[in-house]
Write a protein of this length. Sequence first.
Length: 226
Amino acid sequence: MLKVKRHFEREAERFDKCFFRVAPFYREAIDALVLGLPFKSGKGRRIIDLGCGTGNVALAVKKRYPEASMVCIDLAENMLELAETKLRRYNDIEYWRGDIRDYDYGGRCDAVVSSLALHHLEAGDKKEFYRRIHDILPAGRVFYIADFVLPSSRYLVKAYREEWKKFMARSLAPAEIVEMLARHKREDRPGEFIAELDLLRKSGFSDVDVIWKKYNFCVYGGFSSK
């Protein structure tokens, strides 16, 4: 995670500007994640955004549920500064810098969301972390993840990778694509799709389902069942 922190501290502003050019269907994924939140109103709701980055998911949540309070957590101080600027119209958001595994998850929580952050965790850490998130959520509350996942077949791994390269080629130079692919290999640890759903179930979540999926980009999650 230290490598990831250094990367995002150094390139936060560049990351924010080019993100939608390197993450296919990201706007669709955010919309799907927010659509899946089972609230008629945000009044009295508290939502935690894990690895909030520059605040794209938090902004979408606040637009739909302006009365909800939020906690935005990220490793990189520069990312949080950009998020705070993006969300400056809202005065009910707490910002916390640090590892998502170190945050004190005490207090009321109605939903935990995460976008393109949990693939940085190793499989063993993820299993323990999912259980922890389940245990802090009251019964019937949700944990939703928007992230890259791995397909079961090697063929699809290669096919999805080629589609991603085509997408990036629309707006990035060849050298930038090479850099992005190398960084992905070096820093990211996406889980196999079926295993991710199974891990949520084993962590105690019920009604585990897929809200949205295109290629290897997926929005999925479940409800706390305790």
